[in-house]
Design a protein around this ligand. Sequence first.
Ligand code: SF4
Length: 391
Amino acid sequence: MQNYFLNFSRSPKVAWCTSVGPAELLRSFGFEVYFPENHGALLGTTRKAVDYIPAAVKCGYSGHICSYTTSDIGAFLSDETPLRTHYGLEKIPKPDLIVYNTNQCREVEDWFTFFSKQFNCPIAGIHPPRYLDDVGKAEVELVIKQFKEIIPACERASGNKFDIDRFKEALKLSRVATILWQKVLRTAVASPAPITFFDGTIHMGPIVVLRGTQVAVDYYKTLLEELENNVSNNIGCLKEEECRLFWDGMPIWGRLRMLSDLFLQNNTAVVASTYCNSWIFDDFDENNPFESSALAYTKIFINRSENAKMEFFKRWIHDYGIDGVVFHDSKTCFNNSNAKFGLPQRLTEETGLPALVIEGDLCDTRFFSDGQSITKIESFLEQIDGQKAYL
Ligand code: SF4
């Protein structure tokens, strides 16, 4: 990650991109790609977000909208960044082009538009249809058109002509990395699982910021080898698992350690999550780069209907042998919280699995209560234990 950040001082052209935006297309023009959401996560994990959010609120951004957005804008207005302390970068990388995809939320458009004005930088967006049961030909064709429409802006900002072979090459590297990442996550099908959701939130760094590069491929090859070796030797995060949980929604970045320890102390492995699975794009096909990118980026979980999400949940629950689901109802991320319209209750009705909703936030720790959450989680684990004993 340090090498990745230091590259910005060497790279002639920088494009900003949303975390599930068209990174491969941008890389094909030779841009070094920067992801503001990753910066938001750094502000959350370093627990600095709450220091900066007030500056964004003062500027007119509500404290109840995406705390990646507000902490990132606030840090910029305060002229501060954890990249300085941790990676030696004076400032966040200055963009030559800003590109977003609203497949995850509309917030990214507002957030990136703020920076486009601040840096007087061109901005381009992809706006796929949202909340889909199925992703069909019509939706894919619309998104292909939007992908192609951003090419002139990429050419102007990079000074390079579009080269289909470079696009295919970046997509191929991304496909290989994303399949390896999928295999990494699936090692947790084993019991005891060699990796948990909390490990995943750290190991996902390269699949977010370095997909489309050989570095990401090499990283996940090494990681997969180690995890498969652990599975063969029966080495898990826990010696013996009493309970296997699924985590839905955003990580609570400022409380990763506390939550990870809490579950492990209770002999519970959180083995899978919607969040870490968000960077699996197994539809990528370098022989069909536009169509497969449009399909993969439109099909993602967060962009789907409640019906489609229910099917995703059922598959994960079955594949990972899940005993219960924790829904993180994030105060400032409406889009990646699935506890607001009765999905936990419906899931319990359809699968018989218990579900727990905990209130919190991705970055704004003022919305998270340690005491209340610990009590709720421990009672939930007792409930699962009781149900298992009864069975
Ligand atoms: S999905 Fe949620 S956390 Fe991510 S940028 Fe959108 S509102 Fe923020």
